[in-house]
Design a protein around this ligand. Structure first.
Ligand SMILES: C[S@@+](CC[C@H](N)C(=O)[O-])C[C@H]1O[C@@H](n2cnc3c(N)ncnc32)[C@H](O)[C@@H]1O
Length: 266
């Protein structure tokens, strides 16, 4: 699979940073009833799994990912956080062996953006949910990025990630499509809530945890691939990255919006 994000330890740390910083914003309202069975599809290195397990200690989770290496990391993260309500399995969303309607709820975070057939993934996942159960989907949207000081170079660097993700079959601007995607998949009572991350220097943990270590690190991470693909030259790309770091200075401002959707299977 041609996957934009790597599986190296720097990427793991970035995903952990991202998760810790955004836990409150994205997850405060996700808790599953005692005894419910929840599928987390595409758990990665377990950045969200730990929060899921913590917020719903009496629910049982099955967390799957196509990457065996990520599953190993995720298992380690959940065990070292002291939770025992998660079972892990290496599996492909498009080739799962679970019984139809065998889960009360499904949770998917930062996964649909990497799939060339997010609509098919939603329909597969829907078939696994019991009637009356829910799906929760969280995705970002790079088109929601704006900042001060504004910079054309920074927008061009961000566009590199958008183009590369598209070339790999994904969509870095999928956040805005969650409502139509869930709707087309046949979910009902769909509710989408935009979650804006607003960062200025009065929030130093977000300046570090989000502007620098999550967003800018992610864009910086595509440098070699973008140069190799010939979609930008090194001077323009490096200027863009420098301008993104500039938004993390004392007078800088950075905004990004995630979209969280919940739909019900009726
Ligand atoms: C950006 S990571 C997000 C991980 C985690 N949900 C999080 O929010 O930190 C996307 C994950 O989706 C997984 N993935 C991609 N395609 C998949 C598929 N077809 N089946 C299962 N997992 C998949 C990748 O291996 C990767 O771990």
């Amino acid at each position: 699979m041609n996957y934009v994000h790597g599986y190296d330890s720097r990427e793991n740390r970035r995903l952990q940073d991202q998760a810790n910083t955004l836990v409150e914003l994205l997850h405060a309202d996700t808790a599953y009833p005692d005894g419910s069975r929840v599928l987390e599809a595409g758990c990665g290195v377990g950045a969200q799994t730990v929060t899921l397990a913590r917020n719903s200690p009496n629910a049982s989770f099955v967390s799957i990912d196509i990457s065996e290496d990520s599953i190993v990391e995720a298992k380690r993260a959940v065990e070292s956080a002291g939770f025992s309500n998660v079972r892990f399995q290496q599996a492909d969303i498009f080739n799962l062996n679970f019984e139809p309607e065998s889960f009360d709820h499904v949770f998917v975070c930062h996964v649909l953006e990497h799939l060339s057939q997010p609509d098919k993934a939603l329909s597969v996942l829907k078939s696994l949910i019991k009637v009356g159960g829910t799906i929760t989907v969280i995705e970002g949207d790079h088109g929601s990025t704006y900042f001060y000081p504004d910079s054309e170079a920074a927008h061009k660097a961000i566009d590199c990630q958008v183009v590369l993700q598209k070339q790999a079959g994904g969509n870095a601007m999928i956040g805005r499509e969650l409502y139509p995607l869930l709707s087309k998949a046949g979910f009902s009572s769909i509710h989408v809530s935009p979650r804006m991350v607003y960062v200025d220097s009065s929030k130093p943990e977000l300046v570090e945890g989000f502007t620098k270590n999550t967003f800018t690190a992610m864009i910086e991470g595509v440098r070699n691939t973008a140069l190799k693909a010939g979609i930008i030259d090194s001077i323009a790309f490096d200027q863009g990255i420098q301008d993104l770091y500039r938004t993390a200075e004392s007078d800088g401002v950075f905004c990004y919006t995630f979209f969280k959707a919940v739909g019900t299977k009726s």
